[in-house]
Design a protein around this ligand. Structure first.
Ligand code: NAI
Length: 468
């Protein structure tokens, strides 16, 4: 049998592409080497980490956040095994959801490792070592990414003592001390999980700020909030060694600007220094598919590789390594293959850090506008002046709107605060429609909501906020 599309990889890029392509009438197969569908995101990434972020937040809230609301509780007891069981159940229901979608849309899910023999031919080897070759009009590479390790440093990640995010969501006890190498998204999300459960967490980050690339003001304020919660930071510090010690592991780092190296010990070291495209064993070299200098599959504006009939989407290609970016690319490519005009707007991809409080942004950071020489105006509004935030004791954080000085078109929105990851989407929709800060400020927002702070920040951008 010949397919219209064979997709290698069933993460958010691959499985969403499969569903969309099937909905558009194409005959689709998905090759997946894991036992379950969903890729890194559903199995060991976004979904399990959110289960732990939520559960650890509830634990912390029960211990520290209820008294002031007049709810007096005895000290909560942590049952880590049960928390992990909740995480596993969450993963199960999500990966089963993908199986259901495949069945519903008559997509053939094939367990095994896919290898491209040539355009139109995919060889699949299953767990038992049996192989089959399937034929197809189009092949889509959606193989995602893997842990990159620390550039230039030999680290033995055993997922027990020296862990990546995979081991970091599966510890069997709360470490007394944890060192996080890398103050990016994974480091701060998982660092806050274990910090809330009682670990003393120290972050060692190469750059002078956490969440590199994020709006500078947001990053600074957010770091202060995490520090208040008990996380420690060594910024401008380059990690040069991570090794097992008698008990736990030790991390050696030196100031980026030069100076003496120091070594810290901890029970667990989490290595969170980025991910790299995963193309091992895919047969790309033999098939003649070109990679760029960072190991990413090179594609054009329509997701085409240099070999006709072979496409790529998601973490394995350029752009932010985000599940929702991969999903949107999957949808756009399915549309293109079905003869439609699929498109992704890379200027408006929201980013969310699911800590407490959350950090969310869409569009340009202030630093990016400055560097590009764009004349802009800024409007800000703190949650401390928002009625709903006060009622919920969620006054930490603020909303910042950046708009073009001449046209008032919104160019970027940044939010630190409770629910930021939900609120950011009104900014994304506004920006998709080329809206201005006045459009946002004149849109009626329900009272009392946290979202009123978004409206007030927009009012502050084109004139003045009401409640400040
Ligand atoms: P990242 O790229 O976000 O952060 C890695 C950090 O490690 C950087 O700040 C970098 O400066 C630092 N670093 C690199 N080498 C170092 C060294 N020798 N010493 C000290 N620091 C060093 O990567 P992360 O957090 O591992 O995440 C991987 C990918 O997964 C990212 O693309 C991220 O966007 C994505 N992700 C997204 C999430 C979300 O959107 N909520 C959640 C988790 C991951």
């Amino acid at each position: 049998m010949s397919y219209d599309v064979i997709i290698i990889g069933s993460g958010p890029g691959g499985y969403v592409c499969a569903v969309k392509a099937a909905q558009l009438g194409l005959k689709v197969a998905v090759v997946e080497k894991r036992a379950t569908y969903g890729g890194t995101c559903l199995n060991v990434g976004c979904i399990p980490s959110k289960a732990l972020l939520h559960a650890s937040e509830m634990y912390h809230h029960a211990a520290h956040g209820m008294d002031a609301l007049g709810v007096e509780l005895a000290a909560p007891k942590l049952n880590l095994a049960k928390m992990m069981a909740h995480k596993d159940a969450t993963v199960r229901s999500n990966v089963e959801g993908v199986s259901f979608l495949f069945k519903k849309n008559k997509i053939d899910g094939i367990q095994g490792t896919g290898k491209i023999l040539a355009a139109g031919k995919v060889e699949i080897t299953n767990d038992k070592g049996e192989t089959q070759v399937l034929e197809t009009k189009n092949i889509i590479i959606a193989t995602g990414s893997e842990v990159a390790g620390i550039p230039g440093v030999q680290v033995d990640i055993d997922e027990k003592v020296i862990v990546s995010s995979t081991g970091g969501i599966a510890l069997d006890k709360v470490p007394a001390k944890m060192i996080v190498v890398g103050g990016g998204v994974i480091g701060l999300e998982l660092g806050s999980v274990w910090s809330r459960l009682g670990a003393k967490v120290t972050v060692v980050e190469y750059l002078d700020s956490i969440l590199g690339g994020m709006d500078g003001e947001v990053s600074k304020q957010f770091q202060r909030m995490l520090a208040k919660q008990g996380m420690e930071f060594n910024l401008g510090a380059k990690v040069t060694g991570v090794e097992k010690a008698d008990k736990g592991a030790k991390v050696t780092f030196e100031p980026v600007k030069g100076g003496e190296a120091q070594t810290l010990e901890a029970d667990i070291v989490l290595v969170a220094t980025g991910r790299k495209p995963y193309t091992t064993g895919l047969g790309l070299e033999e098939a003649g598919v070109v990679l760029d200098n960072r190991g990413r599959v090179e594609i054009d504006g329509h997701f085409r590789t240099n070999v006709a009939g072979i496409y790529a989407i998601g973490d394995v290609v350029r752009g932010p390594m985000l599940a929702h970016k991969a999903e949107d690319e999957g949808v756009a490519l399915a549309e293109i293959l079905a003869g439609q005009h699929g498109h992704v707007n890379y200027d408006i991809i929201p980013g969310v850090v699911y800590t407490h409080p959350e950090v969310a942004s869409v569009g340009k950071a202030e630093e990016e506008l400055k560097a590009a020489g764009v004349a802009y105006k800024v409007g800000k509004f703190p949650f401390s002046a928002n009625g709903r935030a006060r009622a919920m004791l969620a006054t930490d954080g603020f909303v910042k709107v950046l708009a073009d000085k001449q046209t008032d078109r919104v160019l970027g929105v940044h939010i630190v605060g409770f629910g930021a990851g939900e609120m950011i989407h009104e900014a994304a929709v506004l920006m998709e429609f080329g809206g201005s800060s006045e459009d946002l400020g004149r849109t009626c927002h329900a009272h009392p909501t946290m979202s009123e702070a978004v409206k007030e920040a927009a009012l502050a951008t084109f004139f003045k906020p009401i409640h400040m």
